[in-house]
Design a protein around this ligand. Structure first.
Ligand SMILES: NC(=O)CC[C@H](N)C(=O)O
Length: 368
């Protein structure tokens, strides 16, 4: 099948199409993770983005579904050097070609992903259109430049849960005095492994939609407010920002990635868009308090402005060792903390899993 990728700056790349026939539009972002394509494609934070892997061979262990981060592919399309046609893994049930086809998502292979990645690093992230079943470069560029922008509010609306729902913590898993604690989780497109990590530690969860108001959250009598990962610009997650404002200082508040940005905004800090973001499974992060380096899993295009933290009560706990941007904050007096990286990984290293989720248990009064 023919396929073409057009960028808003006029770049045209032709390749071979796979997956579904159709057009995908979005911001073209690259990830440096070697594996974990099932996890990345199903991560709702990639909504509105076309995902490109820098690793030249993707799909070689097939698709099993065991590590999906949600029920569906959320990335709009997939760009790779080579998509493996004959995968092998004893748990694999289909190839990545079939996976994209089943999900109605277009993919393109035979692409010089190195050139595109260097381009993104030099010029910043660009809008792109991926068309399969055609090799009309002019059309692809035109679509990349003119496709109607989906608003960030709309991106969040597409991935949040429709109705609140309760998930009981794993029976007997809560370690600590008293009955298991209860966290209200604002679901902005939460990754499954964040839910699993909280559940596994015996914490009861009520997942609520993105637009839930503080009064309704209070009705669930939470012991903690947790803000999830999610797609788009954190400034547009206004209800989640208001929820943090309402509960900060009354119960512990924690968050991951989008959640970290939202908590920082609610406390009075600012966020900004990075030139090309951090996406991969080997991002070095320095814990400034412990003076230790961790390797982390990341997927973000925005970051918290370190200078804007002054006067918010938050301090920088983690820095990205590559570009020195903020990777996590904690409050000096209150139980408020968040990380920009993904301690739940999926895909990626688990260096920070226990540090982060252990702290969640600790602030809830549990034993480590
Ligand atoms: N993984 C996430 O939660 C991403 C957060 C936000 N959409 C960003 O790109 O920075």
């Amino acid at each position: 099948m023919k396929a073409v990728l057009g960028l808003e700056d006029g770049t045209v790349i032709k390749g071979t199409g796979f997956g579904a026939e159709g057009t995908a539009c979005g911001e073209l972002v690259f990830t440096t993770q070697f594996t974990g394509y099932e996890e990345a494609l199903t991560d709702p934070s990639y909504k509105g983005q076309i995902l490109m892997f820098t690793n030249p061979l993707i799909g070689n262990y097939g698709v099993s579904g065991e590590r999906f981060q949600s029920d569906n592919i959320h990335a709009e399309g997939l760009v790779v050097r080579e998509a493996c046609k004959n995968p092998y893994h004893y748990k694999s049930t289909r190839s990545i070609h079939k996976f994209l086809e089943d999900e109605g998502k277009p993919g393109i292979e035979g692409v010089d992903t190195r050139m595109l990645t260097i381009g993104a690093r030099e010029h910043g992230t660009m809008r792109a259109a991926l068309i399969t079943g055609s090799d009309d470069g002019e059309e692809a560029v035109d679509v990349a430049r003119n496709f109607p922008q989906v608003t960030d509010e709309e991106l969040i609306a597409r991935v949040t849960c429709r109705e609140p729902h309760f998930i009981q913590g794993a029976p007997g898993a809560w370690k600590g005095s008293g009955k298991p604690k209860h966290a209200v989780v604002v679901d902005l497109g939460i990754k499954r492994n964040i839910i699993n990590n909280l559940h596994r530690r015996g914490i009861d969860l009520t997942l609520v939609p993105a637009t839930t108001k503080p009064k309704e959250i209070a009705g669930y009598e939470p012991d903690m407010l947790f803000i999830s990962n999610g797609p788009g610009d954190p400034e547009k997650a206004t209800d989640a920002i208001n929820a943090v404002k309402a509960f900060a200082g009354t119960i512990p508040v924690a968050g991951i990635c989008f959640g970290h940005q939202i908590i920082s905004l609610a406390m009075g800090a600012r966020t900004y868009k990075l030139k090309f973001g951090h996406r991969g499974g080997n991002q070095p992060v320095k814990d400034l308090i412990e003076n230790k380096i961790f390797i982390s899993s990341q997927n973000h295009g925005y970051a918290v402005d370190a200078d804007s933290l002054e006067g918010t009560g938050l301090y920088v706990k983690y820095l990205n060792a590559n570009d020195k941007t903020v990777e996590g904050v904690s409050h000096k007096d209150l139980d408020i903390f968040s990380v920009q990286f993904h301690p739940e990984a999926q895909a990626g290293p688990l260096d920070t899993e226990e540090t982060f989720f252990g702290k969640v248990v600790k602030v809830l009064g549990g034993d480590l």
